[in-house]
Write a protein that binds this ligand. Structure first.
Ligand SMILES: *[C@@H]1O[C@H](CO)[C@@H](O)[C@H](O)[C@H]1NC(C)=O
Ligand SMILES: *[C@@H]1O[C@H](CO)[C@@H](O)[C@H](O)[C@H]1NC(C)=O
Ligand SMILES: *[C@@H]1O[C@H](CO)[C@@H](O)[C@H](O)[C@H]1NC(C)=O
Ligand SMILES: *[C@@H]1O[C@H](CO)[C@@H](O)[C@H](O)[C@H]1NC(C)=O
Ligand SMILES: *[C@@H]1O[C@H](CO)[C@@H](O)[C@H](O)[C@H]1NC(C)=O
Ligand SMILES: *[C@@H]1O[C@H](CO)[C@@H](O)[C@H](O)[C@H]1NC(C)=O
Ligand SMILES: *[C@@H]1O[C@H](CO)[C@@H](O)[C@H](O)[C@H]1NC(C)=O
Ligand SMILES: [Fe+2]
Length: 479
């Protein structure tokens, strides 16, 4: 049998299993059309204890985005959807397929629709809540496009030094160590397109052609991420202001009319991802939670959907976005989600929001008013943030006062700000003197945070960058 014939039969067998195959499914399944259906920007994320959502982009709309998967060498099972979405100025469609009924903590091979037969990847399903196996995850925020459309070693502010590895490459090098990656807002920085253009950084582009430039930067980012890490490790994301900013990175000639569709109201971000909101009672990619072994993880939204949120129309954030649910929904959800955590199963609670309220820079006071009392009330252990383009390790803090116990069994959440992953705008500098709750600030190197969940008493964090920093967080009351 020729390899093609073999592939055809395998595909046919897989296609034959699709429950309640809709009309036209087989034609769509076998109807690959070269560049139009070639997959790019591959990524995937947890979706419930037994689920995984696989996402990728194509130039053309797919009638039935399909994923073949299996535990052995044969990808003998199939899942499909009808979710192939776009918006008017996009150059691609985002395809999403939810696979359910998987074995937990198990590796599967998979190939998306119209991938080359060689182009197989693997995902590992999530570790069930309560499982005590230690593990590591990667935390990043404020990571933009690298290369000629973003951060380079070519003379821009905080340019990479020649040969310096980027955060993406560092993640790629370390990916055998971590089980998933969590990106807490500000992805790609494609909204910087006008800034880049006005700086003369993007020759041969015009403001009129902004939508195409925006999409080019966005596509470059997701492709760079795919090849370096997201085609191999689950990618959990949350909303940051750069998913909706219309001030184009503070570009001089900014007017609202220059804002292109992908960057308005989280349009590109909403298309590109399907975070597990349905499984956790949350809303889209904006707020949701998931369990992984000993930890309950929560992504919340500091941009919209709470009183005086910075990203709402008329807010301070130039985002003019949201709301994404009726007034009060996010806050009510957060309380309910945290109240329902079984601390015997998942002793740790780690939350992340994009804008910090404890930091040596502009603080998000409305975020603090909305969220801090809830984090304190429900005994959240660790609160992670980005947005500021540096690393600041803070103390555990309650109402502005550092917990005297430090990292040794504190009663307040421990705070970390790490928005130092790198992008076109470079790094920024904290205000001095530093607040008395700031323990360590690093503002001269790019990097990311590696967290290791050891057991019910210990979690460690390492800043992976040219100036490392490491801590060990300890509790006694979790076991
Ligand atoms: C795909 O696109 C590339 C670059 O635009 C082009 O050279 C190639 O011929 C295209 N291939 C197909 C099958 O359309
Ligand atoms: C910009 O356009 C000019 C003229 O067509 C061309 O010579 C140059 O290579 C282009 N630069 C880039 C970076 O594409
Ligand atoms: C990985 O990311 C870098 C940017 O850091 C990018 O230049 C490169 O193309 C990506 N892919 C690979 C295979 O390195
Ligand atoms: C943003 O999108 C949401 C969801 O479609 C919509 O309800 C809301 O009105 C939009 N906000 C703005 C400012 O356009
Ligand atoms: C949303 O609810 C809060 C609290 O109940 C209230 O203070 C606020 O005015 C409401 N906002 C809107 C836009 O209705
Ligand atoms: C730290 O600063 C806060 C607010 O400025 C203050 O309340 C507190 O007493 C200071 N010192 C310590 C050790 O908490
Ligand atoms: C928990 O992990 C830490 C760090 O690896 C270790 O020092 C400690 O002994 C462990 N505790 C238990 C009860 O296993
Ligand atoms: Fe931000």
């Amino acid at each position: 049998m020729t390899p093609q014939a073999h592939l055809f039969l395998l595909g046919l067998a897989a296609a034959g299993q699709a429950a309640r195959q809709p009309e036209g499914f087989k034609d769509a399944f076998f109807g690959c059309r070269g560049n139009e259906t070639a997959p790019e920007q591959l990524h995937f994320n947890y979706a419930g204890d037994r689920g995984m959502t696989i996402s990728w982009n194509t130039a053309a709309k797919l009638q039935f985005p399909t994923v073949r998967y299996g535990r052995g060498p044969l990808l003998d099972r199939i899942a499909f959807s009808e979710v192939s979405v776009t918006y008017p100025t996009s150059s691609t469609y985002s395809n999403h397929v939810f696979i359910d009924g998987l074995e937990p903590d198990t590796e599967y091979g998979f190939a998306v629709h119209c991938a080359d037969e060689k182009d197989r990847h693997q995902f590992k399903t999530s570790l069930p809540a309560g499982h005590r196996r230690p593990y590591t995850f990667a935390f990043i925020a404020d990571l933009g496009t690298m290369g000629p459309l973003g951060l380079t070693d070519n003379g821009q502010k905080d340019a990479l030094s020649p040969g310096e590895i980027t955060t993406m490459q560092s993640l790629s090098q370390f990916k055998d160590q971590f089980e998933f990656m969590w990106h807490d807002g500000d992805l790609a920085y494609a909204d910087d397109w006008l800034n880049e253009e006005l700086d003369g950084f993007l020759p041969n582009t015009t403001t009129k052609g902004g939508a195409a430039v925006y999409e080019a930067i966005l596509n470059a980012f997701y492709n760079e991420m795919a090849v370096n890490v997201t085609m191999d490790r689950p990618y959990m994301v949350g909303p940051g202001n750069h998913e909706a900013n219309c001030d184009n990175g503070g570009a001089g000639s900014y007017t609202d009319s220059i804002c292109v569709q992908g960057q308005t109201n989280f349009t590109g971000f909403r298309n590109h991802f399907r975070m597990p909101a349905e499984q956790s009672g949350g809303v889209e990619n904006f707020w949701y939670s998931w369990d992984y072994g000993m930890v309950h993880f929560v992504q919340f939204n500091t941009e919209t959907d709470f009183p005086n949120a910075p990203g709402i129309p008329g807010g301070s954030g130039e985002e003019n976005a949201g709301p994404f649910a009726p007034n009060g929904t996010q806050i009510e959800w957060l309380k309910k989600d945290l109240a329902s955590v079984d601390r015997k199963k998942t002793p740790w609670i780690i939350v992340a929001g994009h804008r910090p309220w404890y930091v040596d820079d502009t603080m998000c006071d409305s975020c603090q008013a909305a969220f801090e009392p809830i984090l304190l009330e429900y005994g959240v252990d660790i609160a992670l943030f980005g947005h500021k383009h540096f690393y600041e390790r803070l103390a555990p803090i309650a109402d502005g006062v550092p917990d005297p116990k430090g990292l040794n069994d504190p009663s307040a959440p421990w705070y970390l700000v790490n928005g130092a992953a790198g992008h076109y705008e470079g790094l920024s500098t904290p205000n001095t003197p530093l607040q008395n709750y700031t323990v360590k600030a690093i503002d001269t190197v790019y990097g990311w945070s590696r967290f290791t969940v050891h057991n019910c008493t210990h979690i460690t964090q390492d800043f992976i960058g040219e100036s490392p920093d490491a801590i060990s967080f300890e509790t006694q009351h979790h076991c």
